[in-house]
Design a binder for this molecule. Structure first.
Ligand code: AMP
Length: 115
């Protein structure tokens, strides 16, 4: 679990303020926010990339989505946010421990997938 920076944050090796924690995941503010709200939802179980997830991870993946929705509401962006998963270095993934980005609080370009 402690092979990536997120594993170290989850294990407590690197101190970090958790916005949310339950038995399956944590949420923290992104250190380099791309919007007024930029929160990472990170499973405690380390799955490197979304494509590495298996059928027995189905409940966990659903849980992360539900937590992200609830957190977005609590953070005041429930009506307008993006949920982003970068899969692979060429798609911009830098930490190989699956995580969801909740990005909100700014205007999004209409019709764009990102940005
Ligand atoms: P990704 O590029 O999808 O792998 O996302 C990794 C994200 O983790 C980036 O948005 C980084 O800004 C963020 N990040 C890296 N290190 C930390 C840290 N120690 N605490 C919070 N966020 C971090």
């Amino acid at each position: 679990m402690s092979d990536t920076i997120f594993g170290k944050i989850i294990s407590g090796e690197i101190p970090s303020e958790f916005l949310y924690e339950d038995e399956h995941c944590i949420a923290i503010n992104d250190i380099n926010p791309q919007a007024p709200v930029h929160v990472l939802v990170i499973p405690k179980q380390s799955i490197p990339r979304l494509v590495d997830a298996q059928l027995n991870d189905q409940a966990l993946l659903g849980h992360l989505m539900l937590v992200a929705g609830k957190l977005a509401q609590q953070l005041g962006v429930g009506d307008a946010f993006r949920l982003v998963v970068n899969n692979g270095a060429e798609a911009g993934q830098t930490v190989f421990h699956l995580h969801l980005h909740i990005i909100g609080g700014r205007a999004f370009a209409e019709g764009h997938m990102a940005g």
